[in-house]
Design a protein around this ligand. Structure first.
Ligand code: ADP
Ligand code: MG
Length: 688
């Protein structure tokens, strides 16, 4: 069946459907009702009152008249039951509605009731012709209400037209089942065809709910199937690459590293060691709150690759962070006599050519860089391990891109976004997860306070005293992309103000629009302790590590999301000193703004903050769909339907484990659906 075979489908309506992304009868079937209404409760007209919510009345058509002039014409229909009469009024589309009424026939109207003059009336009620006043048979199911849009209303595609079309399609169409039998029975899901029938014509809301679960599961399942087959392919290709830790790794941990590892760090490293020696490719996510010490773990992993004569790469989302990692690596790797290079977008051509030659020739053991590492021109001699820091800034695609840079190198990704573990396991399901719990010993919990503009003098006095005691401070201003210019003005003015207030201190301004070497220099001076106050936009949000900085003032604090505030605050509290975070909101605080600031004062625990943030914003905003490498799910919600997501993951992985090519008979229909699904999204998943 084709769309054009549907009844009442003018070319105008066909266009409206297409503009709404509906190209096939199947697309129309997947247009699910937004809600259902129960029209089976019929009220006698005499019992109506002004403002009665949507109800059904039945009556005989007494008269129908078109009144008014030109543009202002309207259709008025009077109907009557045993107890009284009611007027129905139609302004828009009256030419269509007039055909729905025949004098002396019975109709049922459904809508909210108002009183106008002598009549109770309904404006634009839903109209159903019926046989007799007691003809409630047609109301023995719930009425689906479909989501409308402006294209639909322009083409007069009403709810009942959509309903008719869908009934038509459902009655004629073969709807094959593609979920495997055992999956269906394990979860008690209705067959696809039955589920569609229930969604569009449910007898009870509970049935509709169960049917909907099936479709939520279905979309999660296809996603998890993709993740599973991506990982399976990666692992297959990389079979047999065993890396054993050797001289460099042990010298680093035993002689160079100035502190002992925390238990969390040890665990993560031991997971990595096992992966690297397993003969399979490592795909591991290290999750750890800000300041947990992930960098050292990354360095350890890279040294294991180098011990086996291979190269390693460390990728960061910003130049500042890449530069910082470069400095850290310099400190730890130089004593080992190894070579390392920094690769960023802003480097001069000659320098870059030199770096690329070094990487390709195998001279350089470790490459630290930004997205620039993904570029085609960058060729490795033998990349054995790739590390992606601050993974939440990259997607699935980047995970795969970097793997193309070598002969299936091992992959380690690190994230400080404390996504609740069960959620992480499902959305990063192509990765194994190690969590670094706990912080290095000797850290004092950061003290956080909210101060208003009135208290600014006191805040500045405190700042002055701390700096005189040898501390360093960040002053952060928000940078919201849409108003970049204005916010930059904010930061610049704040910078000038601080310089006037503290003429004796060395103060710098850092923002994203600066040239990279300028940024580098400013950052370096701060790291070296030459600058005492660093005024900055959120470019310092990720990763930056200056242990001597123990004060952070966040201006317009209410403009930041909770997780972002936590990331920012994570820049301090990295040494043994007591650190202070001072949140300075604007005077006017929204309820959610107040809640966020209070949460920050109440806890330092990243996981608790992430849970609240997730509740506050919903998964889409929280993860930022594009960044998280998550597709947009149409029916399912990765937080509310977490359980279904988890189940779909387990099922999908079991299938891919035993039947990776979906060749078995019981997976024949699944393969037919999965292949085009995966192909359509190959760009998104970064494959093919
Ligand atoms: P993050 O997990 O946020 O990336 P970093 O790797 O930047 O954290 O580490 C934060 C700080 O803690 C760094 O200054 C680092 O040198 C220090 N550090 C890391 N591990 C330990 C440890 N086991 N003991 C003491 N200090 C540590
Ligand atoms: Mg880090």
């Amino acid at each position: 069946m084709k769309l054009i075979e549907l009844p009442n489908l003018s070319s105008k309506r066909l266009q409206a459907l297409q503009k709404s992304g509906i190209h096939t009868p199947n697309d129309l079937l997947m247009l699910f009702p937004r809600r259902y209404i129960d029209k089976s409760v019929v009220k006698p007209i005499a019992f109506l009152t002004e403002g009665t919510g949507p109800v059904t009345v039945t009556g005989k058509v007494i008269s129908k008249n078109v009144i008014g002039f030109k543009q202002k014409k309207r259709l008025e229909v009077i109907i009557q039951d045993k107890t009284g009469s009611l007027k129905a009024v139609f302004f828009k589309g009256w030419r269509y509605f007039i055909t729905q009424f025949t004098e002396n026939n019975w109709v049922a109207l459904y809508g909210p009731v108002k009183r106008y003059g002598n009549y109770y009336s309904m404006a634009h009620p839903e109209v159903d012709p019926i046989e007799s006043p007691d003809d409630v048979k047609k109301y023995d199911t719930l009425i689906p209400i479909y989501p409308g849009n402006k294209h639909f209303s322009k083409a007069y595609i009403t709810n009942s037209i959509i309903k008719d079309w869908i009934t038509q399609i459902l009655s004629g169409k073969e709807i094959p089942e593609f979920l495997p039998r055992d999956v269906l029975s394990r979860h008690n899901f209705p067959e696809r065809k039955d589920a569609l029938n229930i969604i569009h014509q449910p007898v009870s809301l509970k049935d509709a709910q169960t049917a909907l679960e099936r479709f939520k599961y279905e979309e999660f399942f296809l996603f998890e199937l993709s993740m599973a087959s991506i990982k399976k392919q990666r692992t297959e290709r990389a079979k047999g690459k065993m890396l054993k830790p050797g001289k460099y790794t042990s010298t680093f941990f035993n002689e160079v590293l100035p502190f002992t590892l925390t238990d969390g760090q040890k665990h993560a490293l031991s997971d990595i060691r096992t992966d690297l020696q397993s003969g399979n490719q490592m795909n591991r996510l290290i999750q750890g709150d800000v300041g947990a010490g992930k960098t050292v773990v990354a360095i350890g992993a890279m040294l294991m690759a180098i011990d086996n004569g291979m190269q390693a790469a460390l990728m960061a989302p910003t130049e500042i962070l890449a530069e910082q990692h470069y400095q850290t690596i310099k400190q730890y790797i130089e004593p080992l006599g190894l070579n390392f290079r920094l690769l960023t977008g802003g480097q001069k051509t000659a320098l870059r050519r030199d770096i690329l030659t070094d990487i390709e020739g195998g001279n350089c053991n470790i490459v630290v860089g930004t997205h620039a590492i993904f570029q085609e021109k960058v060729k490795f001699h033998n990349l054995g391990l790739a590390v992606i820091d601050e993974q939440h800034r990259f997607g699935v695609k980047q995970r795969n891109d970097v793997l193309m840079k070598g002969d299936n190198p091992h992959l380690l990704v690190m994230s400080a976004t404390p996504i609740p573990r069960s959620l992480a396991m499902t959305i990063y399901s192509d990765l194994d997860i190690s969590v670094i719990t706990g912080l290095p010993a000797g850290r004092k919990p950061i003290k956080t306070a909210v101060r208003t503009d009135k208290e600014r003098q006191k805040v500045y006095d405190f700042l002055e005293q701390s700096i005189q005691n040898g501390d360093q401070a960040y002053v952060v201003f928000p940078l919201i992309e849409e108003s970049e210019v204005m916010d930059l003005k904010d930061a610049t003015m704040g910078f000038e103000k601080l310089k006037r207030r503290f003429p004796d201190f060395s103060i710098s301004l850092l923002h994203g629009r600066m040239k990279s070497d300028e940024k580098e220099q400013i950052m370096k001076r701060f790291v070296d302790g030459e600058t005492q106050i660093l005024v900055s936009t959120t470019v310092i949000e990720v990763g930056v590590d200056v242990p001597n900085a123990s004060i952070m003032i966040i201006e317009h604090a209410e403009r930041f999301g909770l997780s972002q505030l936590h990331q920012l605050r994570g820049r301090i509290g990295r040494g043994s000193k007591q650190s202070y975070c001072i949140l300075m909101p604007d005077v006017k605080l929204s309820k959610s703004g107040r809640y966020r600031l209070k949460k920050m004062v109440d806890t330092n625990d990243g996981f608790e903050i992430a849970e609240s943030d997730l509740k506050l914003r919903g998964p889409g905003d929280f993860l930022g769909t594009k960044q998280s490498g998550l597709p947009e799910f149409r029916h399912g919600d990765i937080v509310e339907d977490r359980l279904l997501l988890e189940q779909s993951k387990n099922d999908a992985w079991n299938i891919i484990k035993t039947d990776p090519g979906l060749e078995k008979t019981e997976h024949k229909e699944l393969k037919k659906v999965f292949e085009p699904y995966f192909k359509e999204r190959s760009e998104f998943f970064g494959v093919g």
